[in-house]
Design a binder for this molecule. Structure first.
Ligand code: DGY
Length: 323
């Protein structure tokens, strides 16, 4: 009999879901969270037909140079800036991601962070735990309203639209968005969102949320010049990729009172966090957990596994791998 193709799963997911791969393949499953070096990634990819990977594994020309049998890479995550898709496609390797299943969960976290920044929730908790609460007082930890304020969304894809709906329908916000292209009128009216140019978005937003893909073109889209256009009473929330924001410029704006507060789930050099951000009072920090609910992480793992099975020519979606 022909030897079964081999696949690599780069991080522990859910055993029962990863186990489905065993129906078709010999599975090299990673049992513990591992910080693979690029050289180790290249070694693992050598000799496999497919891989399920996460944002921790960067896959570009160097990693696939020796991977002559590699036919598919399934990313667990909707963002795929860890993959050099052009290099993969040039070698005929299929790349897939996990859109849709994490949209609402990530929008929930985005809204939680926005609320936490605007209403100073984590700052207040630190203050309380430090034993500094003496009595209720009129001017303790005053923040900025979310309801009725102007919500700005940069990147109006699936997650941006889900955040817009929360703002418009749940909090009575006026919603503005900027995107590569204007959305169809039906989507705009469903989200009660109005298209504006980037400068107007910066100038008019009370709470700006970043939900756009990271690429060399969007690197530091929020830089000192962009921050200077924002209201000093505004908040900035990022649930996309850290590299969208110039973190030193953000630290300057927050320290200088030129921006009220920020909330970041993602960082340019994560898991390292810029020490200037760590030192600030008016910032909410979370460790890249936008899609981290039990149900959503299972759905992401299942979709990535299904994508790999399909891309390698098995299962119901054979021949029509999602892109
Ligand atoms: C995503 O889905 O892009 C998350 O950041 C995890 O990769």
């Amino acid at each position: 009999a022909e030897p079964r193709p081999r696949v690599w799963v780069s991080q522990p997911l859910f055993d029962d879901i990863v186990g489905r791969l065993g129906e078709y393949f010999d599975v090299d499953a990673t049992a513990e969270v591992t910080a693979w070096t690029p050289v180790q990634v290249a070694e693992k990819l050598r000799g496999v037909a497919g891989a399920v990977v996460t944002l921790n594994e960067r896959i570009g020309p160097a990693e696939i140079a020796q991977a002559h049998g590699l036919r598919a890479v399934a990313n667990v995550g909707v963002g795929y800036d860890n993959l050099d898709v052009e290099a993969l496609h040039a070698r005929g390797i299929v790349a897939t991601n996990t859109p849709d299943v994490l949209t609402e969960t990530t929008a929930d976290l985005g809204f939680a962070l926005l609320l936490a920044a605007a209403r100073r929730i984590t700052e207040g908790e630190r203050w309380l735990r430090e034993g500094r609460w003496r009595q209720w007082s009129f001017d303790t930890l005053l923040g900025h309203d979310v309801h009725g304020a102007t919500l700005g969304i940069l990147g109006m894809g699936r997650i941006g639209q889900a955040i817009a709906r929360r703002g418009a329908h749940g909090f009575g916000m006026r919603v503005l968005y900027h995107n590569r292209s204007r959305l169809p009128a039906g989507i705009e009216s469903n989200c009660r969102a109005a298209y504006v140019d980037f400068d107007t978005l910066l100038r008019e937003s009370d709470h700006l949320v970043l939900v756009l893909p990271y690429s060399p073109q969007t690197r530091h889209v929020i830089d000192a010049a962009a921050l200077a256009k924002m209201k000093p009473t505004a908040t900035l929330t990022n649930v996309a990729r850290g590299g969208l924001v110039d973190e030193d410029a953000l630290a300057d704006a927050l320290a200088g009172g030129r921006l009220a507060a920020a909330a970041l789930d993602v960082f340019e050099g994560e898991p390292r966090v810029n020490p200037r951000l760590l030192a600030l009072r008016n910032i909410v920090l979370s460790p890249h957990v936008g899609s981290a609910s039990h149900a959503t992480r299972r759905a992401m793992a299942a979709l990535a596994v299904d994508n790999l099975v399909a891309a390698l020519g098995h299962g119901p979606r054979a021949g029509d791998p999602p892109t």
